[in-house]
Structures are given as structure tokens and as C-alpha cells.
Design a protein around this ligand. Sequence first.
Ligand code: IPE
Ligand code: IPE
Ligand code: MG
Length: 251
Amino acid sequence: MPNAAAPAPEGSDRSVPLHVAIIMDGNGRWAAARGLPRAEGHRRGVEALRRVVRAAHELGVLYLTIFSFSSENWSRPATEIGDLFGLLRRFIRNDLATLHSDGVRVRVIGEREGLEPDICTLLNEAEELTRANTKLNLVVAFNYGSRQEIAGAAQRLAREVAEGKRDPASIDADALGQYLDAPEIPDPDLIIRTSGEQRLSNFLMWQAAYSELVFVPIHWPDFDKAALESAIAEYARRERRFGGLAAKTGS
Ligand code: IPE
Ligand code: IPE
Ligand code: MG
């Protein structure tokens, strides 16, 4: 009976989640409601991101993962993709020094192949510069899709089997988990999605197995510290069981 007595992962007994992951959604609708171009919604979304990085650290969160561009977002018009990539470039160029001096470690998950070389260089620079920082881990999911990530892990395991380096019987959930993009980062305790949509849209589907999901109606550009605090308060009211029995009653 593997995993029968698996302890609840580290952080699960805290009222503040160790790892918060956010699906930053609703930029376009925020802009449309104000008669503004979608690009303005994305620009204001970056401002919300700055606020939330600061707030997450102030509230005691150690890992913050943000969904910034999905594998499926390539189906948007080229101009919008250009806007989103431009904002990422500007965010790294303008904010990297501040993030670094604030002790933030930047990590990037997602597919790098096929991205423009200057974007790859910026992402690598951000990771290299901040490698030793320990205050807050900011994990940027860029060109990220959970199915693609899991398929990539399966491909690496299959290759090891084909090369005679691995016994197929050794492939279990832990082995596959080790080949995901950032295996050393704990699973998210709390996943927040803004804008009222209630789906994962190919975000961290493996890692979300026991995450608490909180859906908030406000659009991402309006998200702030108070909204994060209220999502964390909702999280603190949840009872996490990990397949076991309620801890409080023992029944
Ligand atoms: C989130 O806002 C940003 C990205 C997906 C990159 P959207 O652009 O999805 O905004 P809506 O959902 O159309 O309002
Ligand atoms: C998810 O939002 C992707 C990001 C926030 C980067 P989408 O707006 O792309 O998701 P769907 O299409 O509404 O499911
Ligand atoms: Mg959306």
C-alpha cells in the first residue's frame, strides 16, 4: 500500500500557505468594461503583479507561482501575443534589480524552446542573478502547460527505459514528479483564480492534486493585498485531509 501513511506535506498545517499559485485572469474584461484596449488591461495586470509580490512576502508566503502565458495562449491574435511578450520583457528589465535587492528568487517554468532568443536570455539572467535569494520564490509559468510538462516528464522516463538505464517498474508518481519543471518546489497549498472563471486551464494539474482552490470574482488588475489576505483567510478556514481523516475531530 504505497503512500498509505504519507504525512501531510510541509506547510499544510500553517494558516498561511507556504505556496500560493495564481491564475491571473480577467485583464481583457477589465479593460473592455472601461472601454480600453486589452493591452491596457495587461499593463495594469503587471502593476497588480508588483503589488501582489510585495504582499505575498509581507504575509509570509514563501513560494508564489504566477500563470503569465499558457501554451494555449498562442491561439490569441499576434498583436496581443506581442503585447504580452513586450510586458514580460519590460517587467524583467525594469523590475529585476528591485526583485533582487528585495531578496526574491525568480524561477521560470514552461517550454523555452521556440521562444525568441532575447526572451530566453532575459529569463536565464533573472534566474541566474537571483539564484541565492531566499526571501520569496517567484515562479513564473511562462509558455507553460501542465499536459505538456507531464508529457515531457514521460518522454524523459521513456528514454531512460529505452537506453536500459531504468526499470519500468521504478516509474511511480514520485519518479514522474522528479522530472517536472521544478521538482524541488513544494506543491501549491492554495491556487487562486481571478475573474470568476472556475477552471485550471492546464495550470499545475499534477501539482494541484491536494491544493485548495479559491475563485474570486474580481479581475486581475484590481487584485491587491486585501484580496490576497481574504483568499488566504478562506484557505485557513478549509480543512485539508489528504485522503485521511479530519485532524480536528479525529473521526
Ligand atoms: C489574463 O487575462 C492574461 C492572460 C491570459 C495572459 P486575459 O487576457 O485572459 O483576460 P480575459 O480573460 O480575456 O478577460
Ligand atoms: C489562463 O487564462 C492563462 C493565464 C492566466 C496565463 P486564459 O484566459 O488563457 O484561460 P481560458 O482560455 O479562459 O480557459
Ligand atoms: Mg482569460
